[in-house]
Design a protein around this ligand. Structure first.
Ligand code: AMP
Length: 178
């Protein structure tokens, strides 16, 4: 994978949404067709032989590459959303994140025990949202669960990888240390 292309096109916005946060703005990757192709090809390479039947995207930046990947893998796409957004019966988990508290929900009929699930989000910071999504997905007792991020942030004070634990199957396209 051409990491240089992705790193050159990723925008950093200091102090957003609050002072001290270095916001990694993946919209500058998504607007670039060459970056989309690069990310998608790498994701297909990583997951094409895993038998993935559902890709779960975490709102909202996890929807974009997650849905593209689901189409490529011939898998279904499931939305993990902020509270009150999904119209059907849902299950919910709450968590702390790098800049505040939040909850996520998933439709209670979104996954079955026959599924092999890949949960995708744009970025790993504290790991709070992914752990919450993982816990929700596990309630369905799927055959297997994989986790992917476009970006893994490994900066001082953020222990996302540790928070996810060693038992999970995690990949990241880019690891950023500043
Ligand atoms: P966390 O739950 O702390 O791992 O945070 C990950 C979620 O928050 C992802 O959905 C990201 O989109 C968003 N996020 C957290 N920190 C950042 C950051 N520094 N830059 C961009 N997105 C972030």
């Amino acid at each position: 994978m051409n990491e240089k292309l992705l790193l050159e096109n990723l925008r950093n916005i200091p102090d957003f949404p609050k002072p001290g946060i270095q916001f990694k703005d993946v919209s500058t990757l998504f607007k670039n067709p060459a970056c989309n192709e690069e990310m998608l090809n790498e994701l297909v390479r990583l997951y094409q032989d895993k038998g993935i039947t559902k890709v779960v995207g975490i709102e909202s930046r996890g929807f974009i590459m997650g849905a593209m990947l689901a189409a490529k893998l011939g898998a279904g796409f499931v939305l993990c959303r902020k509270p009150g957004k999904l119209p059907g019966t849902t299950i919910k988990a709450s968590y702390a994140k790098e800049y505040g508290l939040d909850s996520i929900e998933i439709h209670s009929d979104a996954i079955t025990s026959d599924d092999v699930v890949l949960i995708h989000d744009d970025l790993l910071a504290t790991g709070g949202s992914m752990n919450a999504a993982y816990d929700l997905v596990q309630l369905f007792h799927p055959k297997d669960v994989f986790i992917n991020f476009i970006i893994e942030l490994r900066i001082e004070g953020l222990k996302g990888r540790e928070a996810l634990g060693e038992d999970k199957k995690v990949t990241s396209l880019l690891t950023i240390t500043e």
